[in-house]
Design a binder for this molecule. Structure first.
Ligand SMILES: Cc1ncc(C[n+]2csc(CCOP(=O)(O)OP(=O)(O)O)c2C)c(N)n1
Length: 326
């Protein structure tokens, strides 16, 4: 189905927010304002935006160590996210989660995850719950090509296919798992082949093209909602920066990165298409750029001003207390 103008405007805002949010994070780390380990999603925005444009609030998403984009696309508030990265009490997880453990159950975000592959069974569980409770919802797992070597991936796909769960497995194949090229550790040509071995509907999308991701994930999600079972969607994409902020990038060639960055930038491809086809005016895109910039600057201000959590709260949420159990 063709995306409406409203969907396209939301998609652009989502992709621009992910890009600007993370560019701001890199700047803050470089200026010594922000600590911790950060994995940026820049270059992969069309995947999160394309898939989540087909989701509703009661659908569930499980993410990865590269999770800011999935959180933003699923509607998590950027002010709460920024504060979380600053470790402040106004953070979405009260400053306990940081970059790799942002979760917001009200928005259906089951969490970013520091353990590679660990979100896959969580989304499978959400899909099982949706099926048993007949909520009409779907469970979506985002994960990398590296994570498709994990046992949890294979167990989840087997179970989901066997029980026809309303699940979508989105493999973000960016060609690298940390510093190892995918072909060095994955013997199949396409990760999508792995889904077929579980008799699962499997598709490949151009992960730099919002329109392709939107159409293919839309088809998969509609199948899931109709009770026709899960899909593995492999999105061919690329992370523009290193594995983490501070990565010296000695393992990959500059020519490889430059080609993706100059020829395949998902925001630029989107802009060229929507303005070329007269779907959205360029002034609307620039207005969104300005609004997003202001929102992120405001988020930084709020986060910096917020106090750290009270040390007296240290054990809160660590153990189940009588009060919390009620
Ligand atoms: C179980 C586990 N093993 C190893 C690591 C260390 N590690 C963090 S990210 C990463 C690479 C993951 O690659 P991929 O799944 O392709 O995701 P990408 O970073 O490319 O988005 C590894 C090995 C980890 N966090 N968890």
């Amino acid at each position: 189905m063709e995306p409406t103008e409203e969907i396209l405007l939301v998609a652009y805002r989502t992709m621009r927010t992910i890009r600007s949010f993370e560019e701001k994070l890199v700047e803050l780390v470089t200026r010594g304002k922000l600590g911790g380990f950060l994995h940026t999603y820049i270059g992969e925005e069309a995947v999160a935006a394309g898939v989540c444009a087909n989701l509703k609030e009661n659908d569930h998403v499980a993410s990865t160590h590269r999770g800011h984009g999935h959180c933003i696309a699923k509607g998590v508030d950027v002010r709460g996210m920024m504060a979380e990265l600053f470790g402040s009490s106004s953070g979405i997880c009260r400053g306990r989660g940081g970059s790799m453990h942002i979760a917001d159950l009200e928005k259906g975000m089951l969490g970013a995850n520091g353990i590679v592959g660990a979100g896959i069974p969580l989304a499978t569980g959400a899909a099982l719950t949706a099926k048993l409770k007949k909520t009409g919802g779907v469970g979506v797992a985002f994960f990398g090509d590296g994570a498709s070597n994990q046992g949890a991936f294979h167990e989840s796909l087997n179970m989901a296919a066997n029980w026809k769960l309303p699940a979508l497995y989105v493999c973000e194949n960016n060609g690298w798992g940390e510093f190892t090229p995918t072909e060095f550790v994955v013997p199949v040509e396409d990760i999508a082949e792995r889904g077929r071995s579980y008799a699962m509907h499997s598709l490949i999308a151009d992960g730099m093209d919002f329109f392709d991701v939107y159409a293919k994930s839309g088809e998969a999600i509609a199948r899931a909602r109709r009770g026709e079972g899960p899909t593995l969607l492999e999105c061919k994409t690329y992370r523009f920066a290193g594995h983490y902020v501070g990565d010296t990038l000695v393992y990959r060639s500059k020519a490889e990165a430059d080609e993706w960055i100059t020829q395949r930038d998902p925001l630029r491809l989107f802009e060229t298409r929507v303005t070329g086809e007269g779907l959205i005016a360029v002034e609307d895109l620039r207005r969104i750029d300005r609004e997003v910039g202001e929102r992120i600057a405001e988020a930084v201000g709020v986060a910096e001003a917020a106090p750290f959590p009270d040390p007296g709260e240290l054990l809160r949420d660590v153990y189940v207390t009588e009060e919390a159990g009620r």
